[in-house]
Each structure stands twice: as C-alpha cells, then as structure tokens.
Design a protein around this ligand. Structure first.
Ligand code: DI6
Ligand code: FE
Length: 411
C-alpha cells in the first residue's frame, strides 16, 4: 500500500458523473485544494472551471464517501469458535457467561502488542475502505485497563494517519467487566470508578478520545453505571453515545438523550419513550443489521416509529469479532433494506449523511457540498438502487478521500 500522502491529488474538474439523487443528467464536481468548490449539472458549470485539470468519471454514479459510524475494529484474535457454539444452540448471553464473548477478545487483545494489533486491524480496514468508506469510528473496549485501552486507541489514531481516512475514536472502557474484577463484592462499581476517575481522564488528556460509549445491558453495565460514565464524559466536554436496548429495554436511550447523545446504537428493543426522547435531543438511531443477522435475532428495531418520528437513521457494520464480523458496509446497506425494510434512499442516507451526524462530522463528511473536504465515491452501477441490490459485489470504480484519489487513480 502507498502511504496516504502519496495518493494523487483529486484537484480539478470531474466530469462524466451522475449524481445518485438525479442519475439522469451529467454532473460535474470541482475540487480545489482538496475541498469541494462546486457541484452541479455539467450544463451549469461556470465557464471559469472548464480549463481545470480533467478527471473523467466515465459515466459513473457518484455518492458522498461512506461513513462507518460504529466499529470495534481493533482486537486480538477472532471468535469463530463461538459462531459454532451459537449454531449448536447457545445464545450470545450463554456464550458470554461461559467465559467466551467479549472477555475472550480482551485476553487476546491484552496479549497482542501495538504493532500486531495495527497490522491485523489494517487488513480489516483495507476491506472496509475498498467499499468506499471515507470516515470510520473505532471504539476501544477490548483492553479494559488504562494500558490496554490506550494501546487500542493509539492504533486507531495510527490507522487514520496511515490510510488518510478520518478516524473518530470512541472510548468504550465500560464494555465488559474485566476478568480481574469478576466475582468481587463491588467489582462492577469499582471498575466503573476506575473508568470514570482514572482511565477516561488520562486518555482524554492524551488526545485519544473523541467520544464516550457504554454497553448498557443486563450482561454489561446498569443504567446508573452508564449515567456515571456520562457524567464523567460531560465533565471533560466529550460527547456520548450508547449501546442501547440491544437485548432488552433498559431505558438507556432516554438516558442518553438527556445527555445530548450523538447516537443510540442497536435499539432493537427501543420503546416509544426512547424514540420521543431521541427525537427531542436530535440523537441519531444507529441500526446494525450485521449483529441482528449474526445473532439470528428476530426482534426488529422499531423502524416505522423512528421514521414517523423523524429520527435520523444511520446504518453501520458494528464490526466486531463476536456479533458482527462484517467487512462490507455495502452489505449492511443491503441488509438494512432486506431485514429492516429501509428504503434504498434511507439506507444510503444511513451510511452517509446520518452516519456523519452520528459522529458529529456533519460539516465535513456525508455530503458533496461546497466547502466540505472532497470525499466521494464513483460506482460502476447504472442506478443507486444497485448499491443495495447486489450483495457481495465490489462496484467501486474510484474513491476520493480527503481530497486525494485513494482508489482508482490512473498509474
Ligand atoms: N455490542 C455488540 O454488538 C458488541 N459489543 C457490544 O457492546 C459485541 C462485542 C463482542 O461480542 O465482542
Ligand atoms: Fe457495538
């Protein structure tokens, strides 16, 4: 792989494009100093731009760069054995209680050094990028100690630099109880104190934390513990998000909304009160069909009610070794339509504009608009619906990421 700073500049005039929103007419995009200067119908291109360095889109459909707004990309090992256990009938909660689950990835992550974690996550990241991803959220949560959470977050930052991709880091120290706290009288309370009073402040001071997340669930942390972490985040001026109502309705979404959460994620068991709270706070609903599929869940998130309330819906891979070993965001677009009945435009907005909002990146990602950094994808398809319709194909023709041609440059 070339270092990102050697990708060729995308500056110039891009023609031969069709916008997903209006595939009939030829469109053009002007990129100047890595940012969108102009976008519109080719026929309306101001004359002054006509002589810029040409880039021929060859009739490709163009969309904003994709945003994968919920991943646990960095971890040691893998958990194919649990897949087999679940096929034989065990539930996710049973696997976790039997010493598998998140804690087994914690063991492998602690054992791996930073360079090993980097190399393993890099090969997964390359697969996501090949689908047109231009910004990605990466959570910690498999270290569960200051030293090992730091290691994960440092790898996340290094990946962003190496690949020239926008990485938002999320501290998920409250993902699971570390094994050394299990069985202690006040293990959970003591660990949450450590998360709030030591781990989070230290990692935030090192510039490693863009947002804070909690796994609020029967098998993880309670509503009260979640609020304690949110207070610690708030005190540091960090935005929060939440793994909410995945396996049961804990009331987590309403709590997160009270803290102005960027997003509530999973939400299969979200209540009407939760939806109303999210609507009021402008919190994005992040749908994770890969986890729903892997767990062979049957409890659908309340899509119709979210739609009726006007809550923005994002779609993400939730890439993780336990419940969603997914390496294609386009496959999640397909699943969001087939499993969750999103419309194609909803699913595409879910991996662009709404996913950007779920990361607080709405001013720089998720749209092709003047003044924004140039992040867009050229696709070898005739119409936007094909991006949801095919699965397992790789229709990317070219990717402009942060103003550079990351994929598809002419040699
Ligand atoms: N929810 C999930 O889907 C992942 N974490 C979480 O809080 C699962 C993580 C794992 O099983 O390793
Ligand atoms: Fe997750």
């Amino acid at each position: 792989m070339k270092p990102a700073n050697e990708f060729p500049s995308a500056d110039g005039l891009w023609t031969g494009l069709r916008l997903a929103t209006d595939a009939g007419a030829e469109a053009a995009i002007v990129v100047e100093q890595g940012a969108i200067r102009w976008v519109g119908a080719r026929s309306a291109l101001p004359a002054g731009f006509a002589s810029l360095a040409p880039h021929d889109g060859g009739g490709a459909l163009v969309t904003p760069g994709l945003v994968d707004c919920h991943t646990h990309l960095i971890y040691g090992g893998q958990r194919a054995n649990e897949f087999a256990m679940r096929l034989a009938g065990a539930t996710y909660e049973e696997v976790a209680k039997a010493g598998g689950g998140i804690v087994s990835s914690v063991r492998a992550t602690r054992e791996a050094d930073e360079d090993t974690l980097f190399a393993q996550a890099a090969s997964r990241l390359e697969q996501l990028l090949a689908d047109g991803v231009c910004a990605i959220e990466i959570k910690s949560g498999y270290g569960l100690s200051l030293e090992h959470e730091r290691k994960q977050l440092r790898v996340a930052r290094r990946l962003g630099e190496a690949y020239g991709v926008t990485v938002r880091t999320t501290f998920l120290g409250a993902h699971a109880l570390p094994p050394e706290y299990a069985g202690q009288v006040n293990g959970s309370g003591d660990y949450i104190d450590l998360v709030c009073n030591q781990m989070l402040p230290a990692l935030a001071a090192e510039g490693l934390v863009d947002a804070v997340d909690v796994f609020c669930e029967r098998i993880a942390f309670s509503l009260e513990e979640t609020e304690q972490v949110f207070k610690a985040a708030q005190a540091l001026g960090l935005p929060v998000k939440l793994h909410a109502e995945q396996l049961s309705d804990m009331g987590g979404a309403a709590l997160a909304a009270r803290y102005g959460a960027l997003s509530c994620d999973h939400i299969e068991h979200l209540s009407a009160e939760g939806i109303e709270a999210m609507r009021q706070s402008g919190t994005v609903a992040v749908l994770l069909p890969g986890a729903y599929y892997t767990l062979r869940d049957t409890h659908l998130p309340p899509i119709a009610a979210l739609r009726a309330a006007g809550v923005p819906m994002a779609v993400s891979t939730d890439h993780n070794p336990g419940t969603s070993p997914a390496l294609s965001l386009l496959l999640m677009v397909n699943m969001a339509c087939t499993l969750f009945r999103l419309t194609v435009p909803e699913a595409l907005d879910g991996v662009t504009v709404h996913a950007a909002r779920a990361l607080g990146l709405q001013d720089t990602h998720g749209a092709i608009a003047p003044g924004m950094p140039a992040n867009f994808v050229l696709w070898n398809v005739r119409e936007a619906a094909e991006l949801a319709y095919w699965f397992g194909q790789q229709p990317v023709r070219a990717v402009v990421r942060q103003g550079r041609i990351a994929i598809g440059a002419k040699e």
